[in-house]
Ligand binder design. Structure first.
Ligand SMILES: Cc1ncc(COP(=O)(O)O)c(C=O)c1O
Length: 370
């Protein structure tokens, strides 16, 4: 039985009528750019994230870019982040003219080490972007505590609806930092039918500036206070996402129960390390990522059996050719480099059947002779 890494058609089949109706409302209105559908989704995402403001934009990459522009980050500035993440986190730092400063990750959670972030601070440090990798939040309060006075942008592209217990209270992804950013790329837990992104903040002035920046830098049509971008959330995407949003919690809970099922089944396979979730976190398992010394062999073996898997991420960003100018060498971020050689993400999507989960489990166990 084939088990793809992700099966978006299986999900679409369960919500087709609701989504198509929502899309047709937009089509019939012929209002495609911003407008009521986008405003409604902005209110819903702000509510979900416990933030005062949410600003839709074209994708999660632009969400980071706009966030940095709104914080006046540019040439001569340094932004601290981790190299074990999707390229956009650091690509956008470069694209605003600033310098990415890479610090290593916690090998258990793959998230930033607050002490390493503090140690990397210089007089040019203008921000820090902790990434909430694979569905669990970075230790956002510890990062903010380690960098007093530095605005923090939480890259929550993979983590909408995840939460973390801070001082005994549940805090949502995007709630605590200066700015939080989301992606609605189709493979995310809340994925659009195309690209989309959103920025959340508690700060009204930042929200107003973000709204201007996504519309060429002007609050009023044809009048520009600064040079911005064309980065708007499409009304059709907003309608799709609004229709999907009521399902998000259930889908993420199903991912958690799939993860627990795998965890139990792999408990006696010493060759692999199952994902570690910080006890303060509730993960939404955008990925279920195991570690093993024999990763490439396992991936080929699973592929032969029709089981999908993926390597997120095979080369840490500090060693990417485009960042050679920064001067990092192999060994600069050893935990990120080790993770890149050992990680493998397995199918975890909510529509997986028990038979499919068992197929994945059997494949992994068989490879190690269990
Ligand atoms: C950690 C991280 N940051 C940023 C992005 C960029 O989002 P998008 O693909 O919507 O531009 C993604 C997703 O692809 C991501 O996983």
């Amino acid at each position: 039985m084939p088990v793809p890494l992700l099966d978006l058609r299986a999900q679409h089949a369960t919500i087709r009528d609701e989504v198509v109706a929502a899309m047709m409302d937009v089509v019939d209105s012929q209002l495609f750019i911003l407008g009521a559908a986008v405003e409604r989704l902005e209110r819903s995402v702000a509510e979900l994230s416990h933030t005062k403001h949410a600003v839709g934009c074209a994708n999660g990459t632009d969400a980071l870019l706009l966030a940095m522009r709104a914080l006046d980050i540019g040439r001569g500035d340094e932004v601290i982040t981790t190299p074990f993440t999707f390229f956009a986190t650091a690509g956008t730092i470069h694209n605003v003219g600033a310098t990415p400063v890479f610090v290593d990750i916690d090998p258990a959670t793959f998230n930033i080490l607050p002490d390493a972030a503090a140690a990397a601070r210089t007089s040019r440090t203008k921000s820090c972007i902790p990434v909430d990798l694979f569905g669990q939040m970075a230790p956002i309060e510890a990062v903010m505590g380690a960098l007093p006075g530095i605005p923090v942008i939480e890259d929550a592209a993979q983590t909408i609806g995840a939460r973390r217990s801070i001082d005994g209270e549940w805090r949502m992804a995007g709630e605590v930092p200066t700015i939080g950013t989301f992606s609605f790329f189709p493979s995310k837990n809340l994925g659009g039918y195309g690209d989309g992104g959103m920025i959340v903040t508690q700060d009204e002035a930042l929200a107003a500036r973000l709204r201007r920046l996504r519309m060429h830098g002007g609050a009023k049509m044809y009048f520009h206070d600064e040079v911005g971008y064309n980065s708007r959330l499409d009304a059709l995407q907003a309608a799709v996402l609004q229709a999907k949003l009521p399902h998000l919690q259930g889908w993420s809970a199903k991912r958690r129960s799939n993860a627990a099922y795998y965890d139990r089944a792999f408990a006696d396979v010493p060759e692999i390390r199952t994902p570690a979730v910080d006890p303060a976190n509730e993960s939404i398992y955008n990925q279920y990522t195991i570690r093993t010394d024999r990763r490439d062999g396992l991936q080929s073996f699973l592929k032969e059996r029709g089981i999908g898997s993926a390597i997120y991420y095979p080369l840490p960003l500090h060693l990417q050719p485009c960042f050679a100018y920064l001067g990092y060498k192999k060994g600069s971020c050893p935990e990120s480099e080790r993770a890149a050689g050992e990680v493998l993400s397995l199918p975890i999507y909510p529509e997986l059947t028990k038979a499919q989960l068992d197929e994945v489990i059997e494949g992994v166990r068989a490879y190690y002779g269990h």
